[in-house]
Design a protein around this ligand. Structure first.
Ligand code: UDX
Ligand code: UDX
Length: 454
């Protein structure tokens, strides 16, 4: 198959690479020339374990990078569209609806450059019923061409993207129930069947597929907000959230995954997709349903803000002028991605409180610096956590990088200002051992361990 992928961001690059790895001829297209040039020269713009090896092996053999949308559209059998679909910042639905301008522009470019029928695959997360608009744009042509739009949402998670693609829980493909729609679905099933067992390839109608993506992300985020909500109650009642999570997770109906209480969820998808779901519910006259899902976001916003409040309260109600080392900038471990990262929300709040913030992360510091904009001038960026914590009053763990759990906290403690505080926003440290070292320890959903009389 000749496959073109339009939009070589996180999703496009990883999926395009995987299609090449499985024997297809793939061109990844992007309007960003700098990104394309860097990929052509073998530099991977994102940190994703295992991705570089696969790209370097296929690059120039059956994986190509280009800015030329026209030529590559004309030659492709299947076109995957993975341009970004951010939250709208203007006009109707601002702050909630998806901004589909790049998607629509891409559809028109596909139309302008096609002289044979094509299969167009929605890879970007889009609102349910987006395919109607795309079909109308594509099929309103005077060339007599017909296009099939199918939905094939991406479920890969950053940090484990390669294994998620190589061994997916399932692949979802939605299409029209017409003969040509079914034929298009079959073409894509054949592409995946090279490495995915047939029973893991689910086919549905278009709308179920589009809605399943939003629903999957909403359910995942809802679990985190649910466990975080209970974590707050634990902090008031001397229950321990890890024990509660384990106790409920052993119920096979609930299951153990995605029950890690934290400073909050981040990433480019959860917030955007739930806001989009909320907008759709309101749009379709279902305000009660909209408010239900909106609460998942509000709980997450509370979790981030409350983490900072707890820090300030614990540190005698002021952090002004105090050096605070933040361990972690990425929105989760094993990625350099900082989009919607709770670490940066905490960083901004603490800068607002006039703390002297030192940010440390093994892979995400450069992205963090860019994302923080003017605030970056008030932040120290320090890759070495030992240096970051030297003479600090407090440490906050904000990303669950495993290396943060392996540091020599006795050595760190010895060089900090005392009383020394540690706030574990990811519950990855040995809290009892830290307390015995001398730290005042505050974790998520656990009673604090402090040397102060209450
Ligand atoms: C994003 C969204 O986060 C995800 O929900 C959606 O499903 C797909 O888009 P991601 O790949 O992480 O996922 O986004 P991003 O890294 O921003 O990549 C989008 C790429 O599309 C960028 O490289 C951008 O330059 C490119 N693009 C955008 C085009 O090539 N053409 C356009 O018209 C617009
Ligand atoms: C998510 C979905 O998992 C993926 O299927 C979809 O395609 C894109 O969105 P991603 O954003 O890469 O993937 O990461 P994910 O592992 O889902 O984590 C999202 C956030 O939730 C991170 O900030 C993570 O630290 C946090 N998280 C996750 C928790 O706080 N607790 C948990 O138990 C799990």
């Amino acid at each position: 198959m000749k496959i073109s992928v339009v939009g070589t961001g996180y999703v496009g690059l990883v999926t395009g690479t995987c299609f090449a790895e499985t024997g297809n001829y793939v061109t990844c297209i992007d309007i960003n020339r700098g990104k394309v040039d860097s990929l052509r020269s073998g530099k991977i713009p994102i940190y994703e374990p295992g991705l570089e090896e696969v790209v370097l092996e296929a690059r120039g053999v059956n994986l190509f990078f280009s800015t030329e949308i026209d030529k590559n559209i004309a030659e492709a059998d299947i076109i995957f569209v993975s341009v970004n679909t951010p939250t709208k910042t203007f006009g109707q639905g601002a702050g909630r609806a998806a901004d589909l301008q790049y998607w629509e522009k891409t559809a028109r470019q596909i139309l302008d450059n096609s002289d044979s029928p094509k299969i167009i695959v929605e890879k970007s997360t889009v609102p349910v019923r987006t395919a109607v608009a795309m079909e109308r744009i594509l099929n309103s042509n005077s060339k007599g061409l017909s296009f099939d739009v199918i939905s094939n949402p991406e479920f890969l998670a950053e940090g484990t993207a390669i294994q998620d693609l190589e061994k997916p829980d399932r692949v979802l493909i939605g299409g029209r129930e017409t003969p040509s729609g079914q034929k298009a679905i079959q073409s894509l099933v054949d592409v995946y069947a090279h490495w995915v067992p047939r029973e893991r390839i689910l086919t549905t109608n278009l709308w179920s597929s589009e809605l399943s993506k939003l629903t999957a992300n909403a359910f995942l985020a809802q679990r985190i907000s649910s466990i975080n909500a209970i974590a707050n109650l634990c902090e008031k009642t001397e229950a321990d959230i890890n024990e509660v999570a384990h106790a409920i997770g052993t119920d096979s109906r609930i299951g153990p995954n995605f029950l890690r209480a934290s400073v909050g969820f981040g990433g480019s998808c959860f917030r955007k997709d739930i806001l989009n779901l909320v907008y759709l519910c309101d749009f379709y006259g279902l305000p009660e349903v909209a408010r239900y899902w909106e609460q998942v976001i509000k709980m997450n916003e509370f979790q981030e803000a409350n983490f900072v409040s707890k820090m300030v309260t614990a540190m005698f109600n002021t952090v002004a002028g105090k050096r605070i080392a933040l361990f972690g900038a990425a929105f989760k471990a094993h990625t350099s991605d900082i989009r919607e990262s709770p670490a940066l929300a905490v960083c901004r709040e603490l800068v607002g409180e006039r703390a002297q913030v030192v940010l440390s992360d093994p892979h995400a510091l450069e992205n963090a610096r860019q994302d923080l904009g003017a605030t970056a001038e008030q932040v120290i960026f320090e890759p070495d956590p030992y240096t970051a914590a030297r003479e600090a009053h407090a440490i906050a763990i904000l990303t669950e990088w495993p290396q943060f759990a392996e540091l020599d906290y006795q050595a760190i403690y010895d060089e900090m200002v005392h009383p020394a505080f540690i706030f574990d926003g990811r519950n990855i440290l040995d809290h009892r051992a830290l307390f015995e070292t001398g730290f005042n320890v505050y974790a998520i959903g656990k009673p604090p361990l402090t040397s102060f009389a209450s």
